[in-house]
Design a protein around this ligand. Structure first.
Ligand code: HEC
Ligand code: HEC
Length: 376
């Protein structure tokens, strides 16, 4: 079989496998968006219009917070490509967190959630922010349930969507509805998609087309930010150490490393007492696996809509795409466990310009207004 017919065959098989999900989802939506794969929906949380609308209402509701001002949308703003434009997110009473708020657009395609992948599903993730001190800042989830149960409208809607009485409403229902809403935040159709998958060879500028070549070859970007044959997620869902934030960890090398090492050998939890919250956050994937090779590793984020979702990296330390390209050109930040895929690229000025043009061609039409918007 030649590669073309083999890829056709693969699409046919995929279509059959995905059909139930596409059907439950929204057949029109799944076929109209160029460049993204079909959305799969867990069988135990199928999509319905009412559930999605309920999820959206919960996502926007500020009453679920210690000071009554913070909803999910506070940091994942619908009119700001579902992010907040800040380096580090701020929550209840203006408290500053430890990481950059990622966009939620196309979040459904990740296989794990948060920069360190510590949650396995959107349902699991959604319970967290309510009780994180520097996010919604609630003492416990009872506050969320009390608001829901006492609201004039919510109980009737939960009854319709989940068939539960007021008393039986629990956080499982709340997080299922929010996750359903998040699964609708899907976007493709960018200039790149129309060029690459839509057969419109005029969609990208010559500079962006050259930039795509830099992205795939000399820049090595596509190694982690993957572009597939039929669709592109710009992530491999894996974790790497680029050295971002390493400066904050430097003081703990090598003294604290001994303790981390010893704790692993002795099969006990490491003693984190000496670390600040920021330093703890910088340990990255290590916090999840407690494996030293995961120190400072973070999830490869999607690059869709990247021109409108700055500042960049898990700590928001790079303000512009120019800074990001410069960062990669210099080979990241040297540290004892820098990933092998990150090395000085020696890009020419033209190659840098082209690469930037390519990154800017990844914006979906519905978020293009953010390109000129005054971002705070
Ligand atoms: C105070 C700001 C803030 C609020 C409020 C907030 N988030 Fe986030 N969100 C963040 C930050 C920061 C991260 C990254 C945290 C990390 O990786 O440790 C994040 C990560 C996420 C992720 C993972 C995305 C990915 O790329 O893996 C999802 C999903 C998400 N938030 C959904 C929600 C939902 C749902 C709510 C409301 C229940 C919410 N967030 C409330 C700041 C916020
Ligand atoms: C070895 C894997 C790997 C390679 C190669 C790679 N990246 Fe990344 N990229 C990542 C990871 C992991 C992050 C997140 C790092 C962090 O948050 O600390 C990231 C973050 C980014 C971000 C910021 C995303 C955001 O939402 O904050 C941009 C932009 C980016 N990469 C573009 C590129 C470009 C352009 C290239 C090629 C020059 C490239 N990457 C090469 C893994 C990689």
């Amino acid at each position: 079989m030649n590669t073309f017919s083999s890829s056709l065959w693969k699409s046919a098989v995929r279509l059959i496998v995905m059909l139930p999900a596409v059907f439950l989802w929204n057949a029109a939506l799944a076929t109209e968006i160029v460049g993204i794969p079909p959305v799969s929906v867990p069988v135990n949380n199928i999509q319905t219009k009412q559930k999605i609308a309920l999820g959206k209402a919960l996502f926007m509701d500020r009453r679920f917070s210690a000071d009554g001002t913070i909803s999910c949308a506070h940091c994942h703003r619908p009119n700001n490509t579902f992010t907040d434009g800040l380096s580090i997110a701020r929550g209840t009473s203006g408290l500053k967190g430890v990481r950059n708020a990622p966009t939620l657009v196309n979040v459904v395609f990740y296989t794990s959630f948060f920069h360190d992948g510590r949650k396995a599903s959107l349902e699991e993730q959604a319970a967290n922010p309510f009780v994180t001190p520097f996010e919604h800042g609630l003492k416990n989830h009872q506050h969320v349930l009390a608001v829901v149960r006492e609201d004039p409208k919510y109980p009737g809607i939960f009854k319709k969507v989940f068939g539960v009485s007021v008393k039986a409403i629990n956080m499982g229902h709340v997080t299922q509805a929010i996750a359903s809403f998040e699964r609708t935040l899907v976007s493709g159709n960018s200039a790149f998609d129309r060029y690459q998958y839509g057969g419109d060879k005029q969609a990208m500028s010559p500079s962006a087309i050259r930039g795509m070549r830099v992205f795939r070859r000399k820049g090595n970007c596509g190694n982690c930010h993957e572009i597939g044959w039929e669709s592109a997620l710009f992530t491999d869902n894996l974790f790497y150490n680029l050295g971002v934030g390493f400066q904050k960890l430097k003081p703990i090398f090598p003294a604290r490393m001994k303790e981390l090492n010893a704790s692993m050998k002795e099969n006990r939890s490491p003693n984190y007492d000496m670390l600040s919250d920021i330093q703890r956050a910088e340990l990255g994937r290590f916090n999840v696996t407690q494996s030293l090779s995961d120190l400072g590793r973070f999830k490869t984020p999607t690059l869709r809509n990247i021109a409108v979702t700055g500042p960049y990296m898990h700590d928001g330390s790079l303000k512009t795409l120019e800074e990001v390209v410069e960062f990669y050109d210099e080979g990241g930040v040297s540290n004892p466990i820098l990933d092998g895929g990150i090395y000085p690229l020696k890009l020419t000025e033209q190659e840098e310009t082209d690469l930037l043009a390519f990154l800017r061609a990844l914006t979906s039409p519905e978020y293009e207004s953010g390109l000129s918007a005054d971002k705070q």
